[in-house]
Write a protein that binds this ligand. Structure first.
Ligand code: DSN
Length: 419
């Protein structure tokens, strides 16, 4: 149908499918949603307005909408054990902003990780809505270990007396234990918000510490490690449930995207299957193999390795910037993103690092041996930036490898999609 109505857009969709099939998707925030998720999110719920919440809408005709949202919430609660969950938020940034709206007054202080060291734009970057409405103060990582320095966080918290402390990052390759963060928040009387946009799939798969018992609010996206549609949700204690719900609607959003909520429900169902635990476990195994392989190729990794889905490569000793590295790798079909490393002297548009992750390759069914091979290719390319012939040769090998791990024609059995 689309091809008949709009062949131009249909053609671009097919090209993008071809690109996704024939390149290695190593951006840690990307993944391949299942065909069931894609089907649900393109369904007729797209046509329905449903402002409000279950059994309390501003529109008629919401009988099936209510059923879908109820099932979605029930599944998420079963998966994560939170007291209250709002599944209406459209994005991670929107979810974070709704939490600020629920918990803070204008000018209240937010303590978050410096963006240049792994924090997120929505944690208060200059020019963002939170920056304009609230007072942002930052903690940093330890210069020596590149890990969180909890004593430093405590020191800044005691000095600044924030109303909200945010833990959670988009380029931290290590696990975070949430108990000490709760203690610091309690010591200064602050709310604790855990932004788990990146790691929520690992939490669902029980291979990453659980923030739910410790944080007042947990925000998460559904399209990254959770492998669902583009969207987000908020988990919180029941005492603040009404404030969170009101901050989402009508506070910061209008009508919920019911087709996306349907797809979130499918994604939660898939994540409840035992195969998802294997998937999450394999993401980390793959990440460790890729990290070890990169170190064997002579790369320095931030924190010296990984125990999550994500690897941050420090290129400062390689005489190549993150931007150059990402472009060279893309020529060979290896898709990563440039990323600041802690204390990076270069701006975010150039950077001294690249960020890699294994969620998407693991969905394709790739395992340890493929990670070793990919690390070797990355080494060959970045250790020989002048040699275009190497990139051309590896591009063909990448296509061969991709051919053996198709994304949407058929599905490998086991920990990939339920077969
Ligand atoms: N853009 C996401 C990431 O790549 O980490 C965060 O919002």
């Amino acid at each position: 149908m689309l091809a008949r109505v709009d062949s131009e857009i249909e053609g671009l969709i097919m090209r993008e499918l071809h690109r996704q099939q024939n390149t290695l998707m190593l951006i840690p925030s990307e993944n391949y949603a299942s065909p069931a998720v894609l089907e649900a999110q393109s369904c007729v719920f797209n046509n329905k307005y449903a402002e409000g919440y279950i059994a309390n809408r501003y529109y008629q005709g919401c009988r099936w909408v209510d059923e879908v949202e109820k099932i979605c919430i029930e599944r998420a609660k079963k998966l994560f054990g939170a007291e209250h969950i709002n599944v209406q938020t459209h994005s991670g940034t929107g979810a974070n902003i709704a939490c600020y709206q629920a918990l803070l007054q204008p000018k209240d202080k937010i303590l978050s990780l410096d963006l240049r060291q792994g924090g997120h734009l929505s944690h208060g970057k200059e020019g963002s809505l939170p920056f304009n409405f609230y007072t942002i103060v930052n903690y940093g990582l330890s210069r020596k270990t590149e890990l969180f320095d909890l004593e430093e966080v405590r020191r800044v918290a005691k000095k600044e007396n924030p109303r909200l402390i945010i833990v959670g990052t988009s380029s931290y390759p290590r696990k975070i234990e949430f108990g000490p963060w709760r203690e610091i928040a309690d010591e200064v009387g602050a709310y604790l918000m855990a932004d788990m946009a990146h790691t929520i799939g690992l939490i669902a798969g029980k291979v990453y510490p659980d923030p739910v018992p410790y944080a007042d609010v947990v925000t998460a996206t559904t399209q990254k490690t959770l492998r669902g549609p583009r969207g987000a949700f908020i988990m919180c204690r029941k005492e603040i449930a009404d404030r969170i719900d009101r901050a989402v609607f009508p506070g910061t959003q209008g009508g919920p995207f019911i087709h996306i909520i349907a797809a979130k429900a499918v994604c939660f169902k898939e994540a409840m299957d035992s195969s998802f635990k294997n998937y999450a476990h394999q993401i980390i195994t793959n990440s460790r193999f890729l990290a070890d392989g990169l170190m064997e190729e002579g790369f320095k990794l931030v924190t010296g390795g990984t125990d999550t889905h994500l690897i941050l490569v420090d290129l400062s000793s390689k005489k190549i910037t993150g931007r150059q590295a990402a472009l060279l790798l893309e020529e060979a079909g290896i898709v990563v993103n440039k990323n600041c490393i802690p204390f990076d002297p270069l701006p975010p548009s150039i950077t001294s690092g690249i960020r890699l992750g294994t969620p998407a390759l693991t969905t394709r069914g790739m395992r340890e041996s493929e990670m070793k091979l990919i690390a070797h290719w990355i080494g060959q390319i970045l250790n020989n930036p002048q040699k275009g012939r190497i990139r051309s040769k590896i591009k063909l090998q990448v296509e061969d490898l991709c051919h053996s791990f198709p994304i949407y024609e058929t599905y490998p059995a086991g920990y990939c999609y339920n077969s």
